[in-house]
Design a protein around this ligand. Structure first.
Ligand code: ABC
Ligand code: CA
Length: 495
C-alpha cells in the first residue's frame, strides 16, 4: 500500500513473541514453552505469527486497522550476554524467515487473515546491522558462514568502530551495540549487498502481501540507500530516526529517503508537556509548531507515547488523566497513531528494555478503561475521516494541525473539523478554567465534546471555555465538533 493509503490508518505495534500465546490452532515454536513469561529473562515466550491471528479481534475491537510486527527474518539462535533473540532484531540473514515465529505458510496466513479483516500488515526490517558475539574476530568468514550469516565477505561490512553520536559519518558507518553483542555495520554501498537487499525486499513484500515497512535504525544508513530500497519494496516506508533533532528527522521526507519517520520529535514534546502534572506545556507547543513547520507531510508521521526501546508511559506517569490527554494528542495531531501493545492495559512495569516487553496474556486481554479510551479515539478518528465535513475547504486528513491557544498548562489545537482541548493538570479537580478565545465556530453556536457527548455553547467572539472544577474528573481532555458535524459523525448518537 502507498503512503496515501496509509494516511488514515491507525497502527498497533506488537512484539510477535509477546502478544499472544500459542493455542491449539497455533503450535508452539519454542520448547519447552515457559509457563510464565518473565521479561527479565530475555528469552522466548512462544508467541508466533499464527498466535497473533487468534487475537486479531482484540486489536480490531479497539479500532486499529493495521499492525506492526517484529522483524520476520532469521536471527542468531544462541545464548548471548543479553540472553536470547526473542525480540527478532538480531537478524543475521534477512533472506530467511525466523523459524521461531513460524513458517512461510504461517506468515502468509497472518497476512491473509489481516486482509480478510480489512487490516494492513507492517513488518519491521533490519538491514543496517548483523550481530556478532566475537568483536575481536568478527570478520572471520568461516565463523560467519557457520553462524548462517547472509554476509560472510569482510567487504560486506564497514570496518569496526563504535558510534560517536556527535558525528553523523560515524552514526552511519560505525557499529551499534557493544563488545558483548556487537552489531556489525553492513556495507550498504557494496553492490552485492545493495542488489541482494533490493531484490529481497521486493520479493518479501510481494510474497507475503506486506503493506508497509518500519525501517529499523534508519539514521544509521546513508539516506540515498533508502530511496532505492523503498522504491524496490513498493510500499509505505516509515523509518526509525531515534532522537529529538527535528530538522534532521524532517530531512528523511524532504530528501525523499522514505515516506515518513516515527514521531520521535513529537514524542519528546508530549513527554515534556504531559508526562508530569503541570509539566512544560510551552515545550509541547514549541515542538509541535516546529514539527508542523519542518516536515513536508506531518500527516504521515507515526505518533507514539511508548515503544519497545522507551519506558512505558505509565511507568513514568502514574496519573490516568495525564495519560488520556497524552493519547488524545497522539491520536488527534497530524500523523498516524501507533499504539504499543500493553499501552491499552496500562502496563507500568518497564522503565526500559527488557522490562517494557512483557507478555500481554497475563492481562487476560481485559476490557480496561484505557482499552475503551483508545477505542473511542479510533472511532472518532475513523468517523471524521469517513463522514467528517470540511473545515476551511479541507477534510480532516488534508488539514494541517494548528495550535490555536495555550497557557502554561493547557493547549488547544484544531485539525479540520475537530478542536482538541488538552491539559496537564492531572486528575485532581481545580477551581480553574481554560478559555480558547477563537474556537473557529460562531458565537452562540452549539458544539459537542465527542468524549463526554456533552453540549457546550460558544461564547462571544467564538470563545470556548472548559472548566477543570468538576469533582472526580479534574484535568480531562475534550474533543469538540460542531453540533451538525457531531450528528453526522454518529459518535454521540442523536445530538
Ligand atoms: C541489548 C539488550 C539490552 C541491553 C542492550 C545494551 O543490549 O537486549 O537489554 O540493555 C535490539 C534489541 C535490544 C538490544 C539491541 C542491541 O538490539 O531490541 O534489546 O539491546 O543488541 C532499534 C530498535 C531496537 C533494536 C535495534 C538494533 C535498533 O528499535 O529495539 O535493539 O537492531 C539507538 C539507535 C536505534 C536503536 C536504539 C536501541 O539505539 O539509533 O536505532 N533502536 C540516543 C541516540 C539514538 C540511540 C539512543 C539509545 O540514544 O541518538 O540513536 O538509539 O541508545 C534523547 C536524545 C536522543 C537520545 C535519547 C536517549 O535521548 O534526543 O538522541 O538517543 O534526549
Ligand atoms: Ca550503517
Amino acid at each position: 500500500a502507498t503512503a496515501d493509503q496509509w494516511k488514515g490508518k491507525s497502527i498497533y505495534q506488537l512484539f510477535t513473541d509477546r502478544f499472544a500465546p500459542p493455542s491449539a490452532t497455533a503450535p508452539a515454536r519454542t520448547s519447552p514453552l515457559p509457563e510464565n513469561c518473565d521479561a527479565g529473562l530475555q528469552t522466548w515466550c512462544g508467541g508466533t505469527w499464527l498466535s497473533i491471528i487468534d487475537k486479531l479481534d482484540y486489536i480490531q475491537g479497539m479500532g486499529f486497522d493495521a499492525i506492526w510486527i517484529s522483524p520476520v527474518s532469521q536471527n542468531i539462535d544462541v545464548y548471548t550476554p543479553y540472553n536470547y533473540a526473542y525480540h527478532g532484531y538480531w537478524v543475521n540473514d534477512p533472506l530467511t524467515l525466523n523459524p521461531r515465529f513460524g513458517t512461510d505458510a504461517d506468515l502468509k496466513a497472518l497476512s491473509n487473515a489481516l486482509h480478510a479483516k480489512g487490516m494492513y500488515l507492517m513488518v519491521d526490517v533490519v538491514v543496517n546491522n548483523v550481530p556478532s558475539l566475537n568483536v575481536k574476530d568478527a570478520f572471520n568468514t568461516d565463523a560467519l558462514k557457520a553462524d548462517g550469516s547472509r554476509w560472510t565477505d569482510p567487504a560486506e561490512f564497514h570496518p569496526q568502530c563504535w558510534i560517536d553520536y556527535n558525528n553523523e559519518t560515524s552514526v552511519e558507518y560505525c557499529w551499534l551495540g557493544d563488545d558483548k553483542v556487537a552489531l556489525m555495520d553492513v556495507n550498504t554501498e557494496n553492490p552485492t549487498v545493495v542488489d541482494t537487499l533490493h531484490s529481497w525486499i521486493a520479493n518479501l513484500t510481494s510474497t507475503y502481501g506486506i503493506d508497509g515497512l518500519r525501517i529499523d535504525a534508519a539514521k544509521h544508513v546513508p539516506g540515498p540507500f533508502w530511496t532505492t530500497f523503498c522504491a524496490s519494496a513498493g510500499v509505505f516506508c516509515i523509518g526509525e530516526v531515534y532522537g529529538s533533532d527535528i530538522p534532521f528527522a524532517a530531512s528523511f521526507q524532504t530528501e525523499k529517503y522514505m515516506d515518513s519517520v516515527l514521531g520521535y520529535p513529537l514524542y519528546y514534546g508530549i513527554v515534556n508537556g504531559f508526562g508530569t502534572p503541570m509539566g512544560n506545556m510551552s515545550n509541547f507547543v514549541d515542538i509541535a509548531n516546529q514539527v508542523l513547520a519542518s516536515f513536508p507531510s506531518p500527516g504521515l508521521l507515526g505518533n507514539f507515547i511508548e515503544n519497545h526501546d522507551l519506558p512505558r508511559w505509565r511507568n513514568v506517569t502514574a496519573d490516568a488523566q495525564l495519560a488520556f490527554n497524552a493519547m488524545v494528542a497522539q491520536f488527534m495531531f497530524d500523523g498516524l497513531p501507533v499504539v504499543y501493545y500493553g499501552q491499552e492495559q496500562d502496563f507500568s512495569h518497564g522503565a526500559g528494555d527488557p522490562y517494557n516487553r512483557a507478555a500481554l496474556w497475563p492481562s487476560n486481554y481485559a476490557n480496561t478503561t484505557t482499552y475503551n479510551h483508545i477505542k473511542r479515539l479510533n472511532e472518532i478518528r475513523h468517523a471524521v475521516i469517513t463522514n467528517g465535513t470540511q473545515f476551511n475547504g479541507k477534510n480532516f486528513l488534508d488539514s494541517q494541525t494548528s495550535i490555536v491557544a495555550s497557557t502554561a498548562s493547557d493547549v488547544a489545537f484544531r485539525k479540520g473539523p475537530l478542536l482538541s482541548v488538552l491539559t496537564n493538570r492531572g486528575s485532581p479537580s481545580q477551581p480553574q478554567a481554560f478559555g480558547v478565545p477563537t474556537s473557529g465556530w460562531p458565537a452562540q453556536s452549539a458544539v459537542i465534546d465527542l468524549l463526554s457527548c456533552k453540549q457546550y455553547t460558544v461564547g462571544s467572539g467564538g470563545a470556548i471555555s472548559v472548566s477543570y472544577a468538576a469533582s472526580g474528573y479534574g484535568g480531562m481532555p475534550y474533543i469538540f465538533a460542531s453540533q451538525s458535524d457531531a450528528s453526522a459523525l454518529k459518535i454521540c448518537g442523536d445530538v
